[in-house]
Design a protein. Structure first.
Length: 294
């Protein structure tokens, strides 16, 4: 008997994400089981329900998706999920809270279509949020020297350290660097992107980070990607649907322009969950999937 593919959706929010549910159904999941307002203390019993119901050889047909809007809460759930497994009693799990892993992977994959990442210089504007941190980590893991920008130096420094630690934990050896950079004015931003071939703007929705004059004045730029879909956009003079559109000699992507790749990566990551019972798909593993499917 072939067991149906069951995805258990764990979400810390009041209502489990409808976006995550739709993607699950579109990724050939047979049965979606949703839990909302999930707290770390409830995870162990939910995981036990998943691992004690089918034989070990059938556990690859059960998987867990951790979503919701708050990435740090989701990370706490992931920690509990992984700690509830033992021996072969485990199921595969994907974390993509707030779309952070799939969005970051899509942005870096989009950039890699137009330039060699290894040895390049890249700036991640507002790189301290969950998406920007992951973008920085994927870029650095690909050999890019990253300048990570924040309005507060301490935040940029903390994230640069976390990026180094995450790469080390994933056993990714790189000579590349992540350098913190603090901006206050447009002149500061010009300094932050100076010499960069790639800029990825990962600021909060509705916040402009790079004005048109500064963008046009940056002569080394080849690729600009803006992940903010809400006007005003993060990069002035680009459009949300830009997808490899050349503007002033620079290849530009808007948030919707990388959205198709993001959705492809998300669906493929869910499909992969059902290929074995021991996958833990976090930022690096999601990025690997993104690189494979382009
Ligand atoms: N296409 C998709 O499917 C998708 C999925 C997820 C996210 N996104 C978009 O990706 C972007 C990044 O997401 P996120 O969740 O990582 O963002 P976030 O945490 O909301 O914000 C990222 C950073 O923006 C900076 N920021 C916040 N308010 C600001 C202000 N008033 N002025 C200047 N900078 C400000 C902060 O950096 P500092 O305080 O350190 O300066 C913050 O850490 C967002 O625009 C989001 O909407 C798109």
């Amino acid at each position: 008997m072939t067991h149906p593919k069951i995805l258990i959706q764990l979400d810390p929010d009041k209502h489990a994400s409808s976006f995550d549910a739709v993607v699950a159904v579109d990724s050939d999941v047979d049965q979606l089981v949703q839990y909302s307002q999930v707290e770390p203390s409830s995870v162990r019993d939910l995981v036990h329900g998943a691992i004690f119901t089918r034989g070990v050889e059938d556990l690859k047909n059960t998987a867990i998706f951790i979503g919701g809007s708050d990435v740090s809460n989701a990370e706490k759930l992931l920690h509990q999920v992984v700690n509830s497994f033992f021996g072969p009693m485990r199921v595969s799990v994907l974390l993509d809270a707030n779309g952070a892993n799939t969005t970051a992977a899509a942005a870096v994959v989009a950039a890699s279509r137009h330039m060699e990442l290894a040895g390049a210089k890249a700036t991640v504007l507002a790189g301290t949020g969950p998406v920007g941190q992951r973008v920085a980590r994927m870029l650095m893991g690909s050999g890019c020297n990253v300048t990570l920008v924040s309005r507060r130096m301490e935040r940029a420094e903390k994230v640069c350290e976390a990026v180094h630690d995450a790469l080390k934990a994933d056993e990714i050896a790189t000579e590349a660097t992540a350098t913190p950079f603090c901006v206050d004015t447009a002149d500061d931003t010009a300094g932050a992107i100076s010499g960069s071939q790639l800029v990825i703007a990962a600021g909060a929705a509705g916040i402009q980070l790079l004005d048109e004059k500064t963008r046009k004045g940056s002569k080394d730029l080849s690729v600009v990607i803006d992940l903010n879909a809400v006007p005003p956009l993060g990069v002035e003079g680009t459009e949300v649907f830009d997808k490899a559109v050349e503007r002033d000699g620079v290849i530009c992507y808007g948030a919707a322009g990388v959205g198709g790749t993001k959705m492809k990566i998300h669906r493929e990551a869910i499909r992969r969950l059902f290929t074995s019972n021991d996958l833990v798909l976090e930022a690096q593993q999601v990025y690997e999937i993104g690189k494979e499917i382009g």
